[in-house]
Design a binder for this molecule. Structure first.
Ligand code: ITT
Length: 197
């Protein structure tokens, strides 16, 4: 398999997936303006949602595609926002509006929670499906840290400015190469590629 359609509406995912898979010799193609309606992500797990997206886009495009379902699990919140990460605050028409609103809600929910109890992780589940719905490969990766007390850093997207890593930087203070080398998405991609052989 030398090229793959990345079935996501999120340009940051396309960039991160393309950087890692490009180094592994796989060309990544964005959805572009194919006009495929976004499927309803009503699964209870990242795995279910990744399969929903992979199958819907593969069927609509008639091509083998890679889908990514990801989010943030916060231990003090019982794993929330989890599969609801993208729309946690429930407001915002665009990603640029939703991300800061989601971060603000997360900080409100964790007000007064001490550092030791602010453990969290990003989770990424990847799924490759064929147009007939066959799942070709799946993988999962995680990225551990703690939720900070204020956003920090200008790189990345989503909750990156709030995930504080062991070295004290946030995920949004990593370069894209550093993030890809350590992240949930990078780890899931490196676990996926051997399954494609
Ligand atoms: P698609 O469903 O079209 O792929 P999406 O952005 O809506 O795009 P998800 O449903 O998987 O994707 O939601 C993932 C959310 O989790 C995303 O909006 C971010 O808020 C958060 N997230 C996922 N990966 C992240 C990362 O690497 N850094 C920061 N936040 C991340």
């Amino acid at each position: 398999m030398k090229s793959l359609v990345i079935a996501t509406s999120n340009p940051h995912k396309v960039e991160e997936i393309g950087a890692v898979l490009g180094q592994l010799g796989i060309e990544c193609l964005p959805l572009g303006d194919a006009g495929v309606p976004e499927p309803k992500e009503d699964g209870a797990t990242f795995e279910e949602n990744a399969r929903i997206k992979a199958r819907a886009y593969a069927k609509a495009l008639g091509r083998t595609v890679l889908a990514d379902d990801s989010g943030l699990e916060v231990d003090a919140l019982g794993g929330a926002p989890g599969v609801h990460s993208a729309y946690y605050a429930g407001v915002g028409a665009t990603r640029a509006e939703r991300d800061p609103a989601n971060n603000a809600r997360l900080l409100r929910e964790l007000a007064g929670v001490p550092d030791a109890q602010r453990t969290a992780r990003f989770v990424c589940v990847l799924c490759i499906a064929r147009p007939d719905g066959t799942i070709v490969a799946e993988s999962r990766g995680t990225f551990d840290g703690r939720i900070g007390h204020a956003p920090r850093g200008a790189n990345g997207f989503g909750y990156d400015p709030l995930l504080v890593l062991a070295d004290g930087r946030t995920s949004a203070e990593l370069s894209s190469d550093e993030k890809n080398a350590r992240s949930h998405r990078g780890n899931a991609l490196r676990a996926l590629v051997p399954k494609l052989a």
